[in-house]
Design a protein around this ligand. Structure first.
Ligand code: IPE
Ligand code: IPE
Ligand code: MG
Length: 247
């Protein structure tokens, strides 16, 4: 089924579906450069694509959407670009809060927020609380996120619990350890998509994607539409997931 062929009579397919798609939104800079525009123009266009995709999630059957917006390595970029991205995150939240509540979108932010501007941290806390009761679409945005950093923070938290006598090291299984990760209340991603033709994971969801399917598309993020997502979901649907077993 294509995005346009969807059956409008279907009763909220999103609620019947638990598909978790994680996306490495890459290629904003190249998209802008191709047009002779500043990189930030590409990021702004990218944010519009996020809004469209979130809107389309119920129709294309995506319940969990987890987007990589700023990595722990992205601080290496120019101050102008870093500040521009941070202000874009704040503006997106303020502008989209009402719409997210109307559409039943619950927003979470993962990553180490302690290094961010306190005003932005407060906005993150606010939007998480403001949308906490929503359950139709779970939008998670990774900001100052790195998979290795997340695991190191989780190890420190578990070690603190051991030192405080609250945790017996012998009881730390992989599922229990996962409860210390930023994604503790999310299922593992079924599918990880990377745009822009790069075929690497760049420190994204290293623990959680152990058995995810990967799709790499040459489409630059500012050109990514709900139809692109529907086509990728079709490709995903043809895959056979074995989880180490035999079918
Ligand atoms: C992805 O686009 C967005 C972020 C990393 C914030 P890029 O900014 O990495 O775009 P390219 O890879 O330079 O084209
Ligand atoms: C990954 O993209 C991070 C985000 C999309 C936020 P990058 O553009 O930072 O990754 P590399 O540098 O190409 O690996
Ligand atoms: Mg990039």
């Amino acid at each position: 089924m294509t995005f346009d062929q969807r059956n409008d009579d279907d009763q909220d397919p999103a609620l019947q579906n638990h598909l978790h798609v994680a996306i490495i939104m890459d290629g904003n800079g190249r998209w802008a450069k191709n047009r002779g525009w500043p990189r930030l123009v590409g990021h702004r266009k990218g944010a519009e694509r996020v809004r469209e995709l979130v809107d389309s999630c119920p129709e294309i059957g995506v319940r969990y959407l987890t987007l990589y917006a700023f990595s722990t390595e992205n601080w290496k970029r120019s101050t102008e670009e870093v500040l521009g991205l941070m202000s874009l995150f704040g503006r997106y939240i303020k502008r989209e809060a009402g719409r997210m509540n109307r559409e039943g979108v619950r927003m979470r932010i993962i990553g180490d927020r302690k290094r961010l501007d306190p005003k932005l941290q407060a906005l993150f806390d606010w939007i998480e609380q403001d949308t906490a009761k929503n359950d139709r679409v779970h939008l998670t945005v990774a900001i100052n996120y790195g998979g290795r950093d997340e695991i190191a923070r989780a190890v420190r938290a578990a070690a603190r619990d051991v030192a405080a006598g609250k945790l017996d090291p012998a009881t730390i299984s992989d599922t229990h350890f996962a409860s210390y990760l930023d994604t503790s209340d999310l299922p593992d991603p079924d599918l990880v998509v990377r745009t822009s033709g790069e075929t690497r994971v760049s420190n994204y969801l290293l623990w959680q994607a152990a058995y995810s399917e990967y799709v790499f598309t040459p489409v630059l993020w500012p050109d990514f539409t709900p139809q692109t997502m529907a086509d990728i979901l079709h490709e995903y649907g043809l895959r056979e997931r074995r989880f180490g077993g035999v079918k």
